[in-house]
Design a protein around this ligand. Structure first.
Ligand code: ADP
Ligand code: MG
Length: 238
């Protein structure tokens, strides 16, 4: 159900977005502001998997970036456990992004000069974790995503599917409550897509982490707890 909770999932809101609007200023070819989001309300509960679907250009990435504090709304508010993101200082926001949130993008954004292991370790080093512990944690995650034999490979020595599995491990290393993914399988063939989707489902089940995933895969969307379809700036009934 749109905006509602899901049976079997505990009713604890992790994140609440209230009346979110987003406009972009026109470029040289346009006169009016582009209104992308028009008053979206959304609550994310602990342990949910929510899929966001919609046509290209409908505002899915814009909405995900606003939820993930990577962009700010033109109007409206985002709350993490009742704390308004707009009232947070920069250092508090950085801490929130580093510890409470994980991101997986369509393009992996791994650092090319670092190994898979080092890429996964980095967010926990940033969080102040000791090297030894960070390495241990990253190694465990590499095994969980099935890449124990690729530990010392750099991103350009990995396939697209392997790169995305490293990106998932990196997103999870600080055990965030929420993972945002923007078309994480957009560049993968169907076999690798399925493998990645199974990992999302597995981590959700085992760790009760919430996932908000923009996807074009109807098959995956159907496996999630809720499907939200964006059209004309708001959620519509699928
Ligand atoms: P989706 O992810 O659903 O494909 P986006 O959220 O990327 O859609 O974009 C929604 C609309 O907002 C598109 O028309 C896009 O061109 C416009 N848009 C996105 N980002 C910007 C920006 N930084 N400046 C101007 N327009 C933008
Ligand atoms: Mg997009």
């Amino acid at each position: 159900s749109i905006g509602g909770n899901t049976m079997g999932v505990e009713n604890i809101p992790l994140l609440h977005a209230e009346n979110i609007y987003k406009e972009f200023s026109p470029d040289a070819t346009q006169k009016k502001n582009i209104r992308v989001l028009k008053g979206i309300n959304f609550t994310l509960y602990e342990g949910e998997i929510v899929s966001i679907v919609g046509a290209s250009g409908s505002g899915k990435s814009t909405f995900l970036h606003i939820l993930g504090t990577l962009d700010t709304p033109s109007a409206g508010n985002v709350y993490y456990k009742n704390r308004n993101v707009q009232s947070m200082r920069d250092d508090e926001l950085m801490k929130l992004r580093n510890r409470e949130i994980g991101f997986v993008f369509q393009f992996h954004h791994l650092l090319p000069e670092f190994t898979a292991l080092e890429n996964i370790m980095l967010p926990s080093m940033v969080a102040g974790e000791q090297m030894k512990r960070a390495k241990q944690r990253a190694t465990e995650l590499l095994c969980e995503v099935g890449l124990e034999e690729r530990m010392f490979h750099t991103p350009n020595e990995l396939s697209g599917g392997e790169q995305q599995r490293v990106a998932i491990a990196r997103a999870l290393v600080n055990e965030p409550h929420i993972v945002f993914a923007d078309e994480p399988t957009g560049n993968l063939d169907s076999e690798n897509s399925e493998q990645l989707q199974e990992l999302f489902l597995k981590f959700n089940k085992e760790r009760n982490q919430a996932f908000v995933i923009v996807t074009h895969s109807e098959l995956f969307a159907e496996k999630s707890n809720r499907i939200l379809r964006i059209a004309d700036g708001n959620f519509v009934t699928p």
